[in-house]
Design a protein around this ligand. Structure first.
Ligand code: SF4
Length: 67
């Protein structure tokens, strides 16, 4: 699983950090998403998928096949 985030699309809603705080956080200055892990282990797959669906600006892309 490989994750990318588009900070130009991010609106700082924070759903990702609330849903998968091990993988995403919000920058303390601008509130925009910060990716803590680009290739998290499968143990975070459910949380990452939920965060992707909850993100209101579709700023999170997950490639489940990437290794
Ligand atoms: S949920 Fe989406 S819009 Fe909100 S902080 Fe995360 S990436 Fe940005």
């Amino acid at each position: 699983m490989k994750i990318t985030v588009d900070r130009d699309r991010c609106v700082g809603a924070g759903m990702c950090a609330m849903t998968a705080g091990e993988v995403f956080e919000q920058h303390e200055d601008d509130g925009l998403v910060v990716l803590l892990m680009t290739e998290p282990s499968e143990q975070w797959a459910d949380e990452v998928e939920e965060a992707q669906h909850l993100c209101p600006s579709r700023a999170i892309t997950v490639d489940p096949a990437a290794r």
